[in-house]
Design a protein around this ligand. Sequence first.
Ligand code: SF4
Ligand code: SF4
Length: 364
Amino acid sequence: MGNARATGGAPRRFGPASPATTRIRRSSNRSSRSRLRFRLPWLPGSPTSSRRKPIVKNPERDEHLDAKGASRRKFLRTTAAGVGAAAGVPAAAEAFDFETFFQKNFRRMSDEEIEALKDRMARKYEKKFGKSFNVQATGPVDNTLFGYGLDISRCIGCRRCVDACVQENNQSRDPEIQWIRVLEFERERVVRGFELDEGNPYYEHEQAPAEGMVYLPIACQQCEDSPCTNVCPTGATWEEPDGIVVIDYDWCIGCRYCMAACPYGARHFNWAAPTIPADEVNTNIHPLGNVPRSRGVVEKCSFCIQRVRDGRYPACHEACPVGARKFGNLLDPDSEISYLLKHKRTFVLKSELATRPKFFYFYG
Ligand code: SF4
Ligand code: SF4
């Protein structure tokens, strides 16, 4: 995991990719058992996209959240009494924290409460890692719906994106957790049509791409109709108005309903306490993104919320040596991602499930 591109040097903003290097990295992620279908994606401005509802200031949803919040409190109260410790599930039982226990769901917090949360997080992680932390809780960007594009014809399977993601987003080094999986397929097989579970995420060649192989990186697809958020019993995960599906890790009870519901295998559970060496921890954190997680919570890609809301590219985009990754605002007709959707033959994974991903694949 020695790649420092994600956090080192001057940040790159919406520009060309860096030069290519093809040495590959090891992956420990598991393959997803799923089907790949080639269909036209839903497009911004299409009738489906106009069905999108705002999430904040919605009385119905707030009422729903109150109900979910009550069950979360009840669950935590039980686990704090011992049940959770026996089951080895929720992080809250690991080290009971009075302030965190009574903390509101992030999307119900006032500005003052968010400021208090930032202070609390900064103190907590300074104590843990012996470094000062910069906690930013930048809100959704106006008139923006973030979208990602990936050019399969360019991807060389080097897994630099995986390394950059691990470093930027404070993923556990031991045990390893990786939000991006790069699947390797035989080119011949792909031509005839293939399924996602035929992809090998564990390939170990000295260099990539290997002859006759093609690569498909996959992470959270940031679905518009996200099954994961629909099943969460505590309201710990939701879609933000700028399209990023986030998790309030202090509200996650580790029940893993979302993992079962996600058809892309994009959520990852912390079975053990994550470990991050203090000299590698990213100290620029967002509570809904790369904040260091605890044992017993589910985590996933947030499009690098701590970066993109600041006008920067995601770390994986910045690290890709061949420019296979494209990112931008789907609502901006002049953005690169809008251009791709208009002019390339893009597709989304498992379009038949109508999850309406905001992650698009295409052949350049
Ligand atoms: S890919 Fe999975 S985790 Fe991501 S939004 Fe869709 S259902 Fe949720
Ligand atoms: S997307 Fe880019 S960085 Fe990731 S494996 Fe493909 S070529 Fe490498």
